[in-house]
Every structure is written in structure tokens, then in C-alpha cells.
Design a protein around this ligand. Structure first.
Ligand SMILES: *[C@@H]1O[C@H](CO)[C@@H](O)[C@H](O)[C@H]1NC(C)=O
Ligand SMILES: *[C@@H]1O[C@H](CO)[C@@H](O)[C@H](O)[C@H]1NC(C)=O
Ligand SMILES: *[C@@H]1O[C@H](CO)[C@@H](O)[C@H](O)[C@H]1NC(C)=O
Length: 493
């Protein structure tokens, strides 16, 4: 999903090891732009392993990683806490410049907390993804981690009176919402950017996601959708004739495909490139989740519509994602993309295992493509298929409906102090809350925004709509902080 820290993490780790953390890049002429790197300190917190069972692991603990900076903190200032999602926490910290910009304005302490089972926060080290060790990977445990971490750090820093605002993007945004629902005693308000809280709780249309991916390309040029669809149809025709040698040469595959399963894998990999370009359709060059040129959807369509050979065009278009370095000798379909319980992709490495497990348990993503409402080959993913896959892979049976029951489903209107921001370019947007539900449950829609663009730092290429969205978010958050101060003063007097 969403998520999703795909092969990007590998790149990030590489950068970290090779040259220290990526430096601020502000080369305005070619629009290469990384959010400025605040001076985070990396720390570890001794966290309870199992918050909900006092017997099985007793008071056992693991080390949870978090990043913290007090460079903007003024005495009594608020705490801005990022509820980490499915990946290495540095990736989120380095791509959420809005939070530190706002911290500077509000005199806030900033904390980015890593989600258990991701990055370096592995409760059982390299055994974390064994059965039954993986069993402590749940949304509820992750939320309890955040609540305990906030409470303990406030004590340690003598910051008991400081209002806490949570921030998150994508699944991290879902966690921010849930923090406000579950721990309103700890959290005064939440900015949930691009949080698909409805679609991932099984509410919505299974065809929505890939329909909206398609719409991004179609809205740029209707011919683009037609070209992609036709290229996939040509591939399907070759597959039907079992002309595997031709498929290998058309797509520069490392190995000759030899079965319907291989073609399914190839189709998944091709579809995933379009998913990423739609999600990450930012107006400047980025390297979050994947290395992307400015306006990747436009670049993709221009590539798709160049020349007459549609399959060559399709290969070159997915190359924008998989071959961004221009050095990939051939497409290794099983290494560049891993099929999992999330049809929008799970990424690679340990993080992909963790996300796959979550998609097999609480997070529901039975999204399909069908070649009618979208431009992709028909690739159904039903609850039944999910069940079979998850039983085999993790020995678990998913529980459809649980997330909806646990986190209020579409009956959120009695909650308070949550901003639901979404970008119209983001295929996740219509799986989230698009209309305000009350005067303190505020939807902000960003017409030219991709996946949580508003969380990123200011950039000269930002469209006006995201500048306005950040301004509104900043005003609302500032009000929450003031309100919380008044309330707590009222109580202590
Ligand atoms: C767990 O609690 C027991 C009993 O109080 C104590 O002896 C032990 O040191 C604790 N272990 C840890 C890891 O804190
Ligand atoms: C754990 O796995 C990682 C990645 O596969 C590897 O680099 C590391 O050496 C392993 N650590 C241990 C203690 O085996
Ligand atoms: C990757 O890009 C380079 C440079 O454009 C090209 O020569 C190579 O064929 C591409 N690899 C694949 C698998 O398409």
C-alpha cells in the first residue's frame, strides 16, 4: 500500500551506510528537492512486548526506535508526534518536512516513532517473522506502544503539560486517527494525511483503487489509458498463444516465462509501476518509496504515446519505476515485485513481510482490476483468495469487519479534532474521509495533490492548493494546541 516503503528502503539504507544520511538537496534548476533534514537524534525505548497479556511474556520488552529533535522546542510548547507506519522511520522523517516547518512556527518538540516489526524495531530480531513470534504485530499493540512512549517521554522530559498532536501519512494517518479515538487522554488532535480508513476496513468498492489509478492517466490524456489497455491486451494475447519467447524479448525479462503464474506475476509487476506513479505524482523529483521524476504520470503517458510499438512503450514506461537508474540489464519479475495480500504492493525485504502479515490479519485490501473500469488486466483478489493465501503463508484466517468494529467504521461523527486530508490525484483518496463530519472533523481536499503531498516540506513547485491546505492545517492545529492548554489550565486551577 500505502504504503509502503518498497525498494526505497534498500536505497535509503544504502545511502545511510555509504555517506551518512542524505543531505539537503536544493538544486532548483532541475527541481531536485529533498525535505530539509532536521537534527534528529536516533534513540531506543524499552517497550512492552505484549500490552494485552500479562502472563505470556510478562514484563518482557523490546527496543523501539524513535527520532527526536528539540531544536524548535520552546518551554511548554506542544509535542508533534508522527505515528510511524510500515517502514524505516527515517524514510518518513525525511519526507515530512511540513511537520518540522510547523514545529518551528509553534515551538514544538518533534518525535517520529517507528512502528513495531518495521525498520529496526524488531521485537524478536530476525526471528520476528516466524510463527508465532509475528503474532504481536497488530494495530492495537502499535497504538499502545505509541501511547506508552508518549506518556513516558513526557515524564522523562518534564513535559506533562505539553499538548500532543499526532501526524501520519497513509497507514500512518490511519494510526493517527485511531490514536485520537483510542487515547484522547494522550492525544489532543490528529492530522491524518491520505489515510484510507474506509477502504482498508472493507468499506467501499473493490474496483475503486485501480479505477482511480487509471483516472490519473486518463485525465492527463484519454489516449494514454487506451494505449496502456491495448498494450496489456497484446500481452494477454501472446500469453494465450504461449509465445513466451516473444514476451521475454518484448519486456527484456531475465528469464523466459513458462506458465500462467509467471504471466500473472509479470502483470502484477507492470500494474504496480502505474500504481506507484499515480501515488507519487508529485510536481518535483522525489525519492520516497521509489525514485520518481517530476510529474511521473505525465512522463509515463508521454512515454506510452511515443513510437508505434505498444509493448516497447509499456516496457519503457514501467522502466521509469524499475529502471530509474538506467542500468537494469533485464527485468527480474520475482525480485522487483513481490505478490502479497496487498494488491497495491508490499515492498521488498523484512518490511514487506510485516505488511503482508498485516494485510492478512486486520487490514483489508481486496482490491481488483477488471479491464472494464480500469486499464489493467482482470486480476481479482477476493476475500476467498485472501483467506487461502493467508492460511498458507501465515497460518492465519483474516477477520473481515474487525477493523471496522474496532475503529468505528463509518460512524466517526462523534469523534473530534481530526483533519482528514486527501489529494485528488491519489488512488487512496476515495478510500478515506472526503467530507467534513463535524466542525472538528475536517476534510481537506487537495485537487492537485498526490499521496500525502501536504506532509512534505514546502517546495517552489508546490501548487497553490497544497499551500492553502497546509495553511488551513496549521491554523486548525494551532487552535487545538491553544484549546488543550486552556482545558488543562482549567483543570489544574
Ligand atoms: C519482570 O518482573 C520480575 C518480577 O518483578 C522481575 O524480577 C524481573 O526482573 C522483570 N524483568 C524485566 C525484564 O523487567
Ligand atoms: C538479520 O537479517 C539481516 C537482513 O537479512 C542481516 O543483515 C543481519 O545480519 C541479520 N542479523 C542477525 C543477527 O542474524
Ligand atoms: C534500462 O535503461 C537502459 C538505458 O535506457 C536501457 O539500455 C536498458 O535496456 C533498460 N533495461 C530494461 C530492462 O528495460
Amino acid at each position: 500500500m500505502v504504503l509502503v516503503l518498497k525498494w526505497f528502503v534498500a536505497t535509503l539504507l544504502f545511502l545511510c551506510e555509504a555517506q551518512g544520511f542524505p543531505k539537503v538537496v536544493r538544486v532548483l534548476n532541475n527541481l531536485e528537492f529533498t525535505d530539509p533534514k532536521p537534527e534528529f537524534k536516533e534513540k531506543y525505548f524499552s517497550q512492552i512486548l505484549d500490552h494485552f497479556n500479562y502472563n505470556s511474556l510478562g514484563n518482557g520488552t523490546y527496543l523501539q526506535r524513535y527520532l527526536i529533535t528539540d531544536q524548535y522546542w520552546k518551554k511548554g510548547g506542544p509535542i508533534f508526534f508522527y505515528t510511524g507506519n510500515e517502514g524505516d522511520i527515517w524514510a518518513f522523517a525525511l519526507n515530512s518536512g511540513f511537520i518540522t516547518e510547523l514545529a518551528e512556527k509553534e515551538g514544538a518538540l518533534v518525535i517520529f516513532a517507528e512502528h513495531r516489526y518495521y525498520g529496526k524495531s524488531l521485537p524478536f530480531g530476525n526471528d520476528s517473522f516466524h510463527i508465532p513470534e509475528v503474532g504481536l504485530l497488530t494495530v492495537e499493540q502499535a497504538l499502545a506502544d505509541f501511547a506508552v512512549l508518549i506518556t513516558e517521554l513526557k515524564k522523562e522530559l518534564n513535559a506533562q503539560e505539553c499538548p500532543v498532536i499526532v501526524f501520519g501519512g497513509s497507514y500512518g494517518g490511519m494510526l493517527s486517527v485511531y490514536m485520537r479515538l483510542r487515547y484522547p487522554n494522550v492525544v489532543a488532535g490528529a492530522l491524518a494525511a491520505s489515510a484510507p480508513i474506509l477502504s482498508t476496513a472493507g468499506m467501499g468498492d473493490p474496483a475503486q483503487f485501480f479505477r482511480d489509478v487509471t483516472a490519473d492517466f486518463e485525465n492527463y490524456k484519454p489516449a494514454c489509458r487506451e494505449a496502456v489497455q491495448e498494450a496489456f491486451q497484446k500481452l494477454q494475447a501472446l500469453a494465450q498463444q504461449e509465445d513466451y519467447a516473444r514476451i521475454q524479448s518484448e519486456f527484456s525479462l531475465c528469464k523466459t516465462p513458462s506458465s500462467a503464474a509467471d504471466i500473472h506475476q509479470l502483470s502484477g509487476l507492470l500494474r504496480n509501476a502505474f500504481t506507484l506513479m499515480a501515488m507519487l505524482d508529485y510536481p518535483y523529483k522525489t525519492s520516497f518509496m521509489s525514485s520518481m521524476p517530476p510529474f511521473p504520470v505525465k512522463v509515463a503517458c508521454d512515454t506510452m504515446l511515443r513510437g508505434d510499438d505498444l509493448m516497447t512503450a509499456l516496457r519503457e514506461t514501467v522502466g521509469i519505476v524499475y529502471n530509474s537508474t538506467g542500468t537494469l540489464p533485464c527485468l527480474d519479475i520475482y525480485n522487483l515485485y513481490i505478490e502479497c495480500a496487498d494488491p497495491t504492493g508490499c515492498g521488498l525485504g523484512f518490511d514487506s513481510l510485516a505488511w503482508d502479515y498485516q494485510a492478512c490479519t486486520e487490514i483489508e485490501m481486496c482490491f481488483e482490476s477488471n479491464s472494464v473500469s480500469d486499464m489493467f488486466p482482470p486480476m481479482p483478489f477476493t476475500q476467498k483468495q485472501r483467506e487461502q493465501y493467508c492460511a498458507k503463508k501465515w497460518a492465519v484466517v483474516p477477520r473481515p469487519g474487525w477493523l471496522k468494529t474496532q475503529f468505528w467504521g463509518d460512524a466517526l461523527s462523534t469523534a473530534s479534532n481530526i483533519i482528514f486530508s486527501n489529494g485528488d490525484l491519489d488512488p487512496w483518496a476515495n478510500g478515506g474521509v472526503r467530507k467534513s463530519l463535524s466542525s472538528s472533523l475536517i476534510a481537506i481536499n487537495i485537487p492537485e495533490g498526490a499521496h500525502h503531498l501536504d506532509l512534505r516540506g514546502s517546495n517552489p513547485a508546490d501548487p497553490d492548493c497544497v499551500i492553502q491546505a497546509r495553511k488551513k492545517e496549521s491554523e486548525i492545529i494551532s487552535q487545538w494546541v491553544q484549546m488543550e492548554r486552556k482545558e488543562s489550565r482549567g483543570l489544574t486551577l
